[in-house]
Design a protein around this ligand. Structure first.
Ligand SMILES: [Mg+2]
Length: 242
């Protein structure tokens, strides 16, 4: 993957144009909004995926992350390398994850969006088994989550699954976030995220709320976006207050 490929969504568009999926898309439904939320450091107050690797991964996990952030490898390769040395008993993993928190206003955001007949989905390029653990902790149900997953072997090792990988794409994202945004038929699409893995998915949306690395990325390339730091900001900006 060359540096230039991180500049636009052109490679993503080309991949899906070649599959014929874009030409076959039905007209976008007016009135309905799709809110696409990244999970780590967006819905969750921290990067839970990184904290898990820090605790249960090998010492080189951060080196792979840095290579990924520099655009040298895709996230699928990054996760695959990082999880080669991952060892965690499921119960210990679960207890560790349960200590983390969601943005305190995410449940209010979710309720307000649903009350207006709109939708929320979560897209994560982590190994997202922890998402359902945290949603359960907060009593959140019925939010579609698109993520990579791990299957626990008896010895604490994890076999990774990438159900949303796009093999025809050269970028190498483990979970193609672009697909979840671009191929949805909602009339208006809003993206909320913070990181490198959000750069393509965000640019397929009509409105972007960005912080941290995603904000820097978009600002450097002149892509219009709104800065945010927490869901309370999104609630106000989207007029979702009660
Ligand atoms: Mg994130």
């Amino acid at each position: 993957m060359s540096k230039d490929m991180t500049i636009s969504v052109e490679p993503c568009e080309q991949v899906y144009a070649a599959t014929g999926l874009l030409a076959a898309l039905p007209p976008r439904r007016n009135g309905a909004t799709l809110y696409v939320c990244d999970f780590d450091n967006t819905v969750a107050t921290e990067d839970v995926g990184d904290r898990i690797l820090e605790r249960f991964g090998g010492p080189d996990w951060i080196d792979w992350s840095l290579r990924y952030r520099r655009g040298e490898i895709g996230s699928r390769e990054c996760l695959t390398r990082q999880y080669e040395s991952f060892r965690a008993d499921w119960d210990a993993y679960r207890r560790f994850v349960e200590e983390y928190e969601l943005d305190p206003d995410f449940p209010r955001f979710l309720a307000a969006v649903r009350a207006r007949g709109h939708r929320v989905i979560v897209v994560s390029d982590g190994v997202g088994n922890y998402i359902s653990i945290l949603f359960e902790k907060y009593g959140i149900a019925g939010v579609p989550v698109f993520s990579n997953y791990g299957v626990w072997n008896g010895d604490g090792r994890v076999r990774l699954q990438f159900p949303h990988f796009q093999p025809a794409c050269e970028v190498g994202c483990a979970n193609c976030k672009f697909r979840h945004v671009r191929l949805d038929g909602s009339g208006r699409k809003v993206y909320i995220g913070d990181g490198v893995s959000d750069q393509y998915g965000a640019q397929a949306a009509d409105v972007i709320y960005a912080k941290d690395r995603l904000r820097d990325f978009l600002a450097a390339r002149g892509v219009p976006h709104t800065a945010f730091s927490r869901f309370a900001d999104v609630i106000v900006a989207e007029g979702l207050e009660d």
